[in-house]
Design a protein around this ligand. Structure first.
Ligand code: GDP
Length: 234
């Protein structure tokens, strides 16, 4: 299998093929919360953010969208188990998936979460890539691996943010990045980088990569001119 691991350290950057495309992440606005797949909105392209609860997902979304409190909407009562959609531009979304890994979750809630997440990740056509947030001090938990197992067979890319990297020493950062890369070396389409919402480490590289995923040609959708109004004969 082809190894595609982007080595993104503190000073890392990715080649971005289209620097002229208008950024959309900074246009994010809350759109809707969804409890069931049949309620998903029409979407041309969307990027999903997933992660264990407390991994730093909301902070990462807020930093990448440059909206201080945006993702905390997803944490308001009644929304934590829902799929939260933030519109970036017309029919383009950032999707905040429910955090996982709460210590005491009743089996019924866990089953519902598994069904919702696995089907969303496997079946959602508009989904162009997943950003998986992992606390750099505790990467690749069993549920993180579960997310990868569900999503990787789709052939779409996964980008891992090793969050809270500011809490690691320089040597720990290097070791952690290397270890995670090694663990995922056999997987196709997975990239990984260090990230910190506090120090903004890796934010530019992550934003550029996500913007690249959302470009129309990346989403495999042709942009067509709007159809002309039908002519009504009297
Ligand atoms: P979520 O549950 O995954 O959405 O995580 P949050 O973004 O709410 O973050 C959980 C906790 O970790 C909060 O107390 C944050 O302030 C803290 N946190 C998030 N990102 C970072 C980071 O990059 N560095 C540090 N030191 N703390 C962070």
């Amino acid at each position: 299998m082809l190894l595609k691991l982007a080595k993104l350290g503190e000073k890392g950057s990715l080649a971005v093929t289209n620097m002229t495309a208008k950024p959309v992440l900074n246009q994010a606005q809350f759109h809707t919360s969804v409890a069931q797949l049949r309620d998903l909105p029409y979407s041309r392209a969307e990027v999903a953010f997933a992660g264990r609860s407390n991994a730093g997902k909301s902070s990462a979304i807020n930093l990448l969208t440059r909206k201080n409190r945006l993702a905390f909407t997803s944490k308001t009562p009644g929304r934590t188990q829902l799929i939260n959609f933030f519109e970036l531009s017309a029919d383009t979304y950032l999707v905040d998936l429910p955090g996982y890994g709460y210590a005491k979750v009743p089996p019924a809630v866990k089953a519902k979460w598994e069904n919702l997440l696995s089907r969303y990740l496997q079946e959602r056509e508009a989904l162009v890539g997943m950003v998986l947030i992992m606390d750099a001090r505790h990467p690749l938990t069993p549920l993180d691996r579960q997310m990868l197992d569900w999503f990787i067979p789709t052939g779409k890319p996964v980008h891992i943010l090793l969050s809270k990297a500011d809490k690691l020493s320089n040597s720990e950062k290097t070791l952690t990045l290397r270890r995670v890369e090694q663990e995922l070396a056999e997987l196709d389409g997975v990239s990984v980088q260090l990230f910190s919402s506090l120090s903004r480490m890796g934010a530019e590289a992550a934003a550029a990569l996500i913007e690249g995923w959302l470009k129309p040609e990346q989403a495999g959708v042709e942009v067509v001119e709007p159809l002309q109004e039908p002519v009504h004969k009297a």
